[in-house]
Design a protein around this ligand. Structure first.
Ligand SMILES: Nc1ncnc2c1ncn2[C@@H]1O[C@H](COP(=O)(O)OP(=O)(O)OP(=O)(O)O)[C@@H](O)[C@H]1O
Ligand SMILES: [Mg+2]
Length: 509
């Protein structure tokens, strides 16, 4: 007959909570408890073929604050853990169906967030050493020394609680260091927030520069929200996604009959943004002829629909963003100097994530919290090794890449903690095995069997496109090639359809 795992009802032992030493201040505790989906009683699976042992541990661990599930065989324990991962497993070394060391190996492999304590009735130094080498947290001998058992379980319970509180606290701090949807605790980001706060009320034109994924669009929205136009429209145009010949009518509109096919008059984005803000994303892609017309609109607050001689007055703030160095574009004659100087009266530069690594834990906590709620999962944080990986990664795709990686890791994880292995998987299938070496700043590892160069190129292009949400221009820039060269490579690798695509160029909101 199959043994059923037995859950000990935590409600029945709730009066035993006084056994848990205070561990952490009350404010943190209530803060942690107020985060839905983040903090819960840690789960313990106890595996032993002897019922009395299960009973004794179950009772004690419940009092200490664990949700306890007991199993009488290794197979049952694995089924239970795979169905719902635990934070801790206590495993008997000698069971009829499986050796405890083998079960330890399986748990480390399949449920990486679960710590393991081995228990044995026989003092065997060899297996103790082996167990620790395999990653066991503790090795306890039977009959139990109850003081020691209580001490070990309490220490683990407190550690899990501290970790959960840290995540809750980080999310709480993240709230305090939030400005119009942007998070940043680093001095550089605090300076950005302060600049936006001070300038949003006065400036009608601004230029935001920074690498891909650093939050330029978010900063533009913050600028809009924090200023007097916050309740008016915020209209976006992605200049890299508009065909050259359509720019003018997109921005300024046209009259009926202005060109073949213009059967109806149509207002442009300037008119759509009346009273609010027009966000010109990737402004460096604007054709020269349109640059001149934009300059006119900025200088005189007037536009002309295509096909009309009648000027129209518009009251629109213009925020432009670029991940190019516009100064060198001006020097190279690809961008009008007069337009650049008109735009950069207020210039905001968003620092890359690698220069403000102190923001990573706060961004991560906020992203995890959001993902936990959306995915209805209980996520308590990352293992220390996973945290180290986040700190070491290059983050070429900046916050967008961090967000994608954490969201993927949240999806992949079965436990309540994200491990370094799950994180490595989330960096992309290409680097799923071992350390995500291709993406880590200090490449200490080498591939066991080198992949063909062509394959590496294919995989790398896909990775970069993923990081920049399919934006061809941004991908080409990160890869150090022209957009045309990127298209040629996509064609060569048959990736035109498979590669991620950017969304449309016009997004009024
Ligand atoms: N400081 C931040 N706090 C929270 N989320 C952020 C922050 N910066 C960026 N993000 C998030 O990262 C993602 C990328 O941000 P955004 O689109 O604003 O970057 P960008 O600089 O415009 O990138 P690109 O140059 O590729 O267009 C978005 O999901 C955004 O919400
Ligand atoms: Mg952008």
């Amino acid at each position: 007959m199959r043994a059923h795992p037995h859950t000990i009802n935590p409600g029945a032992i709730s009066s035993g909570v006084e056994d848990v030493p205070p561990g952490g201040d009350q404010r943190l505790r209530s803060m942690a408890a107020s985060k839905p989906g983040i903090v819960s009683r840690p789960r313990l699976v106890v595996v032993d073929d002897e019922q009395p042992v299960l009973k004794v541990i179950g009772r004690l661990a419940s009092k200490i604050g664990f949700d306890v599930v007991t199993c009488t065989s290794g197979a049952e324990a694995m089924r239970t853990l795979l169905r719902k991962p635990a934070d801790l497993a206590m495993v008997d070394l000698r069971m009829p169906d499986v050796n405890g060391l083998e079960l330890l190996r399986q748990i480390r492999e399949s449920v990486p967030g679960c710590e393991v304590i081995l228990m044995t009735g026989h003092t065997a130094v060899d297996s103790a050493v082996e167990a620790i080498k395999l990653g066991a947290r503790e090795y306890l001998t039977k009959p139990f020394d109850f003081d020691r058992l209580r001490q070990v379980l309490t220490a683990i319970r407190q550690e899990l609680e501290r970790r959960a509180q840290m995540v809750a606290l980080e999310s709480q701090i993240a709230k305090q260091i939030e400005f119009c949807g942007m998070l940043g605790r680093s001095p550089a980001m605090q300076e950005v927030f302060s600049l936006i706060r001070r300038l949003a009320c006065h400036a009608k034109v601004a230029l935001i520069s920074g690498e891909t994924g650093t939050g330029k669009e978010l900063a533009a929205r913050a600028f809009h929200q924090a200023g007097p136009r916050g309740a008016k429209p915020f209209v976006t145009i992605n200049c890299s996604a508009v065909v050259d010949t359509l720019f003018e009518t997109e921005l300024f509109g046209h009259v009926r009959g202005a060109f073949t096919g213009a059967v109806e008059a149509k207002p442009g984005l300037f008119e759509a943004a009346q009273g609010g803000t027009l966000f010109l994303d990737e402004v460096g892609e604007l054709p020269m002829a349109v640059q001149a017309k934009l300059l006119r609109a900025l200088e005189f607050g007037e536009i002309q629909r295509v096909g009309s001689l009648q000027p129209k007055r518009v009251d629109v703030a213009v925020i432009a963003a670029t991940n190019r160095d516009l100064r060198s574009e001006v020097a190279a004659g690809r961008f009008r100097g007069d337009l650049f100087y008109r735009l950069n009266v207020v210039e905001l530069t968003l620092p890359p994530l690698r220069d403000r690594r102190e923001d990573i834990p706060y961004l991560t906590a906020a992203i995890m919290r959001e993902s936990a709620l959306r995915m209805r999962k209980t996520l308590n944080g990352l293992t220390p090794a996973a945290e180290r990986l986040l700190q070491q990664a290059r983050w070429d795709g900046n916050v967008r890449e961090l967000k994608n990686v954490i969201e993927r890791a949240c999806m992949l994880t079965d436990g309540t903690l994200i491990s370094d292995r799950e994180l490595a998987g989330a960096f992309g299938p290409e680097v799923a095995v071992g350390t995500p070496r291709a993406r880590v700043a200090d490449p200490g590892h080498h591939a066991e069997s080198p992949a063909p160069l062509d394959e590496l190129e294919r995989v790398h292009i896909l990775e970069v496109l993923k990081q920049v949400n399919g934006n061809r221009m941004a991908a080409a820039r990160l890869l150090g090639i022209s957009r045309r060269a990127l298209y040629r490579r996509l064609e060569r690798h048959h990736l035109e359809k498979a590669a991620p695509r950017a969304t449309m160029g016009r997004r009024p909101s």
